[in-house]
Design a protein around this ligand. Structure first.
Ligand code: SF4
Length: 294
């Protein structure tokens, strides 16, 4: 487990969280906080809303929801509609402590007993540990890789698996017959938003056999800005003024920027072969829709 990280075992009252306005109906987050410590992480804002510290309180103090899989088993019995469940929307289900606690693994075991489509989102190569369970689910695994630069990843996502390890995870998942692709998210202005950078990620994803490649621009909630700006100040000070201006009084970049970014991503996607698959059973969500929401 991560050095200098405090783990608290807690019990929670519910596992499934109802989600509005997303292409999935429920989210599952087996941990509070995330020791990956990504400098841009939007989930820091969820911590702020709960009155908790968004810095070390988010990424060095992890709450482990020890009764989560058992609760989920009970809650799944009450779900009548075939709705999509997303695992890992506010924490990485395969962060370091999962190796010891195995809450995510037991969550997947609970899901195997249900017919619901599942989306798994992670920056962790540990996901391959659960290939045996994933192969029994109607699942899409979104491996989040915003850059193939090991150095940029090391500074901006200090405790995530290196990009090469994540790409290898995609390869192993796809080889095992699991629908897995690359969610390049978030794309960082001035750092990973160039045509060349997007092309490099798309190319690497295609070589790994990814079935989809999608992107998401950076979003900076007020409680996240100090962390991201501190990262820029330390590592890329020349980018700080333009980024502060871009996100002044706003959370998302302006439309003209996101449209141009999407166009570059579309061109990168078109240069390689990605075979988007629907869920095995009828289901409206596609990876294209996912990139709008995750
Ligand atoms: S892995 Fe995901 S949830 Fe964890 S810190 Fe990074 S962006 Fe946030």
């Amino acid at each position: 487990m991560g050095s200098g990280v405090i783990y608290r075992e807690i019990t929670v009252k519910s596992a499934l969280t109802r989600v509005q306005g997303m292409p999935f109906a429920w989210s599952l987050n087996p941990y509070y906080g995330c020791e990956r410590a990504c400098v841009y992480c939007y989930a820091r804002d969820y911590h702020a809303r709960r009155g908790r510290d968004t810095g070390a309180g988010f990424d060095r103090e992890i709450d482990v929801k020890i009764n989560f899989p058992e609760l989920l088993t009970q809650e799944l019995r009450r779900i009548r509609k075939r709705e999509t469940v997303a695992l890992g929307t506010a924490t990485d289900p395969y962060q370091q402590c999962e190796g010891r606690y195995r809450i995510t693994r037991r969550t997947l075991e609970a899901l195997v007993a249900s017919p619901l489509p599942v989306i798994v989102i992670t920056k962790g190569s540990m996901v391959v540990r659960d290939i045996d369970l994933l192969a029994r689910l109607d699942v899409k695994v979104c491996v989040s890789i915003g850059t193939v630069s090991a150095e940029l990843a090391r500074t901006s996502e200090p405790h995530a698996s290196p990009p090469n390890a994540r790409l290898e995870a995609v390869r192993r998942l796809v080889s095992a017959g699991i629908d897995a692709g690359v969610l390049a998210a978030p794309i960082l202005p001035g750092l990973s938003d160039s045509e060349e950078s997007l092309d490099a990620v798309a190319s690497a994803a295609a070589k790994s056999g990814a079935t989809f490649f999608s992107t998401r621009p950076l979003k900076l909630d007020p409680s996240v800005k100090p962390h991201y700006f501190a990262f820029l100040s330390e590592n890329f000070p020349a980018l700080l003024p333009s980024t502060e201006t871009r996100f002044a009084e706003r959370v998302n970049p302006e439309r003209i920027y996101t449209d141009a970014l999407e166009e570059r991503a579309r061109r990168a996607r078109s240069r390689y072969h990605f075979e988007e698959r629907p869920f095995r059973r009828p289901e409206p969500t596609t990876p294209s829709q996912m990139r709008l929401a995750i």
